[in-house]
Design a protein around this ligand. Structure first.
Ligand SMILES: [Fe+2]
Length: 434
């Protein structure tokens, strides 16, 4: 394994645990939701989706399947994309009043993360921030199991169907934070790539950047052996750093991005590419659900905190709105160039999986090789040109960095320490790339 990445160290973890939902993947498998819910003894299901999908064909398929299985269903769709605590609390009230014995989420990360957070608030009421980590929350552990949850992604990026986290915008801070617990992992993931057939090109691009960064961050994360060993095995965190399982999934996901991202963006009729990207998103979710992401995701929350007067074609969202995948990728070339020093061999390998030509490259070149490949992929898929492409500039860097330092766990999962001054410099370096 590259660079003795998993070599034991004093007081470091020597064991990792893999957590996965039961996974079903294939064109048309949304029709299986009813049978799978019935097998889990659902009698009355809460179906959580977003306002853009609620009257569309995927929700109709799921509802018909549930009805055929004799399962009573009530729908909640009053969620905002990039859900906030008000969304989660409203969904929690819906769950509390509905007498449900199971939850089905249909949509992107917004639907799945709302379902996860809403179950926490519904079953274990507390102050809004109690379950979020410091410094914004009390870091209270989620006390126990949630309702059985079947997650059905409709975009090829989030991976939330395979993870134990939910990302929620806390209104008081106007910023996104992560709530995590092993109890948040869905019980089943039903992944139907046909859901991506009608996605516009730039949505496929944005979600593709998200899956790519999930995989890159997993592969380059601080190794699990560099996190402290936990005495109680049941307290081992789901996001435990780079590990052989996450490596395996991330490697394949990066290969898929290299082969199919440009094709999937260029041609909505290229079903092979869109199927592969959906599988890549699932693999990357399986990877980061067990390793965690790091600095590019942490810094993306600075972008969405300070974005102003910006919208993106293909998204029916009011300004300001920068899609999650774009908020991550605009910083990625600068960030990986900086981080490579902490794990050069890993960055070189990752660049190779992504199709970079690393012939003759030395460890000192790792950051440049990976960064260059990212920029070429971004240009080929019409990504914004760094932070300036989403309306931000060097003048925003200090405020964004001050916001980002609160994402402690993710920053700590990076292969190299980044202080607030480093993060500010990285935002400046990410202003534009070409
Ligand atoms: Fe993400």
């Amino acid at each position: 394994m590259g660079c003795q990445y998993f070599e034991p160290c004093d007081h470091g973890a020597d064991t990792f645990t893999v957590a996965m939902p039961r996974l079903t993947f294939g064109r048309g498998c949304l029709e299986e939701v009813g049978a799978r819910a019935a097998a889990r003894n659902f009698t009355r299901a809460a179906l959580i989706t977003d306002p853009y999908l609620v009257d569309g064909p995927y929700v109709a398929t799921v509802r018909a399947s549930l009805a055929a299985a004799g399962i009573d269903t009530a729908v909640f769709s009053d969620i905002r994309i990039e859900p906030d605590d008000a969304t989660a609390e409203a969904a929690a009230a819906f769950l509390r009043e509905g007498n449900f014995d199971g939850v089905i989420s249909v949509g992107g990360g917004s639907s799945m993360d709302t379902a996860k957070a809403a179950m926490v608030y519904a079953l274990y009421p507390a102050d809004t921030t109690d379950y979020f980590p410091p410094p914004v929350g009390a870091g209270r552990p989620v006390p126990g199991p949630l309702l059985p949850h079947i997650a059905c992604p409709t975009t090829s990026g989030t991976g939330s169907e395979c993870t134990s986290v939910a990302v929620i915008r806390l209104t008081a801070h106007d910023c996104k934070f992560v709530i995590g617990s092993a109890y948040l992992l869905p019980d089943e993931a039903i992944v139907d790539p046909a859901c991506t057939d009608t996605l516009p090109a730039n949505v496929v691009a944005s979600t593709g950047y998200d899956l790519m960064c999930h995989a890159l961050e997993c592969y380059t994360a601080r190794a699990y052996t560099r996190w402290d060993k936990v005495e109680d095995p049941l307290k081992r965190p789901p996001m435990q750093g780079a590990n052989p399982w996450s490596d395996m999934s991330a490697r394949e996901a990066l290969t898929i991005v290299d082969r199919f991202l440009e094709r999937g963006v260029a041609d909505a009729g290229d079903r092979e590419a869109r199927d592969q990207l959906m599988w890549g998103a699932t693999l990357a979710g399986m990877a980061f659900g067990n390793s965690g992401t790091h600095l590019p995701h942490a810094m993306s929350y600075g972008v969405t905190h300070y974005m102003h007067d910006i919208t993106t074609d293909g998204y029916r969202m009011q300004s300001p709105f920068v899609p999650h995948g774009i908020s991550v990728v605009v910083g990625a070339p600068a960030i990986f160039r900086f981080l490579a020093e902490g794990a050069p061999q890993r960055h070189l390998e990752a660049a190779g999986f992504l199709g970079a030509d690393g012939r003759g490259a030395t460890p000192d070149d790792a950051g440049e090789v990976l960064s260059s490949r990212l920029v070429s992929l971004m240009r080929a898929t019409n990504a914004p040109n760094g932070l300036s492409g989403v309306g931000l500039g060097a003048g925003d860097a200090a405020a964004m960095a001050a916001s980002v330092v609160r994402q402690r766990r993710a920053i700590g999962n990076a292969p190299r320490l980044a202080e607030q001054a480093d993060i500010e410099s990285l935002f400046v370096a990410a202003a534009n790339y070409w």
